[in-house]
Design a protein around this ligand. Sequence first.
Ligand SMILES: [Zn+2]
Length: 500
Amino acid sequence: MYWGISLVRDLEGKQKVSTGISPSGPIHLGNLREILTGDIIYKSMLLSGKDASFIYLCDDIDPLRKVYPFLPQSYSEHVGKPLRDIPAPEGADTYSEYFLAPFLKSIETMDVRPEVIRTGNLYAEGKFGDITKIFIERKEEVRDILQSISGRDLEENWFPYNPRCSSCGRINSAVPYDFSDRYVYYRCSCGNEGKSDIYTDQGKLPWRLEWPAKWKILGVTFEPFGKDHGTQGGSYDTGKAISEKILDYPAPRPQMFERILLKGKGAMHSSTGINIPATEILDFVPPEMVRYMMARVPPSRHIEFDPESGFLNLMDEYERLIKLRGENKLDEDQMTLLDISLTGRKNDEIPDYRHLTTLVQIYSRDDQIERILEKNGNKYDHDILHERIKQARHWVMNYAPESSRFHILDEESPVQLNEDGKKVICNLMANIKSLETWNAEAIHEAARKAIQQSSVSPSEGFSYIYRVFIGKDRGPRLGFFLEGMERDKVEKRLSFSCGA
Ligand SMILES: [Zn+2]
């Protein structure tokens, strides 16, 4: 059974899946696993006939924790302020929207369309008020639960609410000393004294209390999260106890997911700088493929993403499944995996990505590639085809290993061949000239025959052919490669090399 389906099959009643993020910087590939795991679980619920919804919480009232390496030093004055109160590094937006907006646009391309909720707005609307009051009134009980489950002692003056100072704007420097009616009274290290109305965004709950509060306020029943929240005594454990003992609300079904590792570079984490921003992934990975990458393995397995040749192999795997689907050769799990991976765009007919990485190295203009591809009567969705061509170009420019790069030699550029090499090339020229149709299969057969006629081994024979066209011993799949070139040019080059 597909992992998403088996996770949700025993659930009963209305379901709400929730994930979220603290938009403190560029949102990276690792964060995509979080939201896509949520989306895959949500879509598995829909496929299983459940009444389900999916929300994405943007924790824009979280404070800026430090001046990250990508920020100018001037941001030190904003450390401790809610992200939504801080100006964006550029433009007129707020800090949180600046990082969130491009990410939301990217996930929409991947057909991820959760209801996006800004946590700061929930506070402003007073949604946390009643629960905050309960936490304050039952402060000692709450403290006991947090301490006993996390195994960590809280400070003497610990208080279950962090006021936002009305003078300096910081949410981590005001110390509460009293509570009455709906106001928390505080003294701030900046010298200010004031009061926060808990039914507004004049403060927030600490993370370990905010999380269970959100479950109850929003009716969350299922939540995927990273390992950091799922350790023993971690925030899920304390959240579950708080939710059940203080808020009388059953904790959502948890699902931990492993990290995404960038091949050879270790874990992806926004604070290490070793990552690919989520928005950049789509510069070379088709959105269906991003979904597929996350959907093909259960969340408990880590994903090692190799943007170089590993990515191309994964594309091959995905495209093979698409092809098998067209031939009705998939089992139920594979069908579900594809249903979950597709974005609803019609893209079955797109030429394979590997072939495009060859074509973009032969032709510099998209319309030339389009003409070659449609020469045999194939018709493609124009927008998707151009998007793919652009992605393939980006991959070749930025990620292709040396073995996948080539440059076509001019028709008359010098070539050095031994006797065997010359035999292969001259035989190939004759075979090619007699071809009735110009397609990959026929061309490959002509090459195979030429090599046989010349009595050399296949690997030696192919290496002569590649040397003639790209000056290397190996290259892209020969039939597709030569088919992608103009027949006239292929013949001219062979004839020059045979006579050379
Ligand atoms: Zn202050």
